[in-house]
Ligand binder design. Structure first.
Ligand SMILES: *Cc1c(COP(=O)(O)O)cnc(C)c1O
Length: 430
């Protein structure tokens, strides 16, 4: 399978090259050259397949012959080695819990898949790859955990100082070994801009830099898996499915929408955002004008220039009318988010956190227009990752899961930076 740059359809590379480079030399995101629907028989028999079998069928065409079948099956086994429960929350409303992996956010899926692909591609050379990643909170921990000890790979994580939760910070600053953390005086968009600049900096060209953000296809594509798992679980209801994703960089929802192109019967997608509302405003007004990033309680979605939105536009050939057939997007305030966390807990006995609650609000807004459907919102992180907010909102104490207990008394190690030049100096010294 080849991938082309969204800035130049004539620039094409293999799966391996796209993973190693992350982003094309012209700064375009890579996009699969062909998207072939899976056969009807796959969907007819999906309830009889294991998660591993489903994941293999979904991803294999995108990898092609660049990773042997036995290796790819092992990578998948390591990737989907935890549960993806679909929990009934209210009448015809379900939560897909994506937080049962090692760092308790959905990003474990992409990070685990990508680290193992890189390990395979680097197996026979001695050159070192540096994974440079910007995080709004959860990517850092998932990537640190997924890549810890990966041969010939160094990981450098740039995160906005003071803008991630205490547990998120511990998850990305305490592992040591091949993982280091840069605490940036700025926002997530600043971190993301620095990382993008490093990729196109000629002075760093010899460093084999790659990204583990959802701009990298090996992070993004495996996020399709759990949309298929939801369908498998809810197929017996035989009703149209509306899926709401709490969205920041729009990687998750874009993976869902790509799944639909593979024939997955999801009726409609809802991208629910916090106050960083570039996409909902774009749908309403037709103009794409990112505002400065605003800090919110759903910090992993504090993104005002969502990288993956161009991939969604590409899927719909930039035809907004077509896009709106399948897609809506709404923005919600922190006050509404807190009210939703309360409603979910008090009325439905469901413990959520700010991101999942934004997804739930998106679903609430969409469902009246979709009678006869069932709705699913993604619960993208474990409530403990946002313990302060959830506990004070509900006036409860949260039990600490064992994955988190382990890091609580570890020492934070970070390197503070203020500018792109400082990031560059840091990388050049590596
Ligand atoms: C990253 C993240 C999101 C946003 O996902 P995108 O793919 O960037 O839209 C939502 N919730 C949580 C908990 C996250 O960590």
């Amino acid at each position: 399978m080849n991938y082309y740059s969204l800035n130049n359809p004539n620039h094409k590379v293999s799966f391996r090259e796209a993973v190693m480079q992350s982003i094309a030399p012209d700064n375009g995101l890579y996009f699969p050259e062909t998207i072939t629907p899976l056969p009807a028989s796959f969907y007819e028999t999906i309830t009889a397949l294991t998660n591993e079998e489903i994941a293999f069928r979904v991803i294999q065409p995108f990898v092609g012959n660049e990773i042997p079948e036995t290796v790819l099956k092992q990578i998948i086994q390591d990737t989907v080695c935890f549960d993806f429960p679909v929990i009934p929350v209210a009448d015809n409303i379900f939560a897909l819990e994506l937080y049962h992996g090692p760092t308790m956010a959905f990003k474990d899926v992409g990070a685990r898949f990508m680290s193992r692909c890189l390990e395979y591609f680097n197996r026979e050379n001695d050159c070192k790859t540096t994974v440079l990643v910007a995080t709004s909170g959860d990517t850092g921990g998932a990537v640190a955990n997924g890549f810890l000890g990966t041969k010939n790979v160094d990981v450098v994580i740039a995160y906005p100082g003071g803008k991630v939760s205490a547990i998120q910070e511990l998850q990305l600053t305490t592992l040591g070994a091949n993982i280091s953390a840069l605490e940036v005086d700025g926002t997530f968009d600043d971190c993301q801009a620095m990382v993008k600049k490093a990729f196109s900096d000629a002075d760093l060209a010899g460093m084999h830099l790659t990204s583990a953000n959802s701009i990298n296809i090996a992070r993004w594509l495996p996020q399709m898996f759990y949309f298929f798992f939801v369908y498998k679980t809810l197929k017996p209801y035989n009703k149209p499915i509306v899926l709401a994703c709490p969205s920041g960089n729009f990687g998750n929802i874009c993976a869902g929408m790509l799944s639909k192109r593979l024939g997955l019967p999801i009726a409609r997608f809802v991208a629910a955002t916090n106050a960083n509302d570039t996409v909902p405003r774009f749908l309403a007004t037709g103009t794409y004008t990112p505002n400065p990033t605003v800090a919110t309680i759903s910090n992993a979605m504090d993104v005002s220039s969502p990288s993956n939105f161009v991939r969604i536009l590409e899927l719909y050939q930039h035809d907004l009318k077509q896009l709106e057939q399948d897609f809506s997007s709404f923005s919600f305030t922190d006050a509404a988010t807190l009210a939703a966390i309360k409603e979910l807990y008090r009325q439905n006995g469901y413990l959520s956190e700010p991101h999942g609650a934004v997804g739930y609000l998106g679903l609430q807004q969409e469902m009246p227009q979709q009678p006869g459907s069932i709705g699913v919102f993604l619960e993208t992180a474990h409530p403990i990752k946002f313990a302060d907010i959830v506990a004070s909102c509900l006036n409860i104490t949260l039990p600490v899961p064992e994955q988190i207990e382990r890091i609580l008394n570890k020492e934070k190690v970070s390197h503070k930076i203020k500018s792109y030049q400082e990031l560059k100096n840091y990388l050049m010294k590596k």
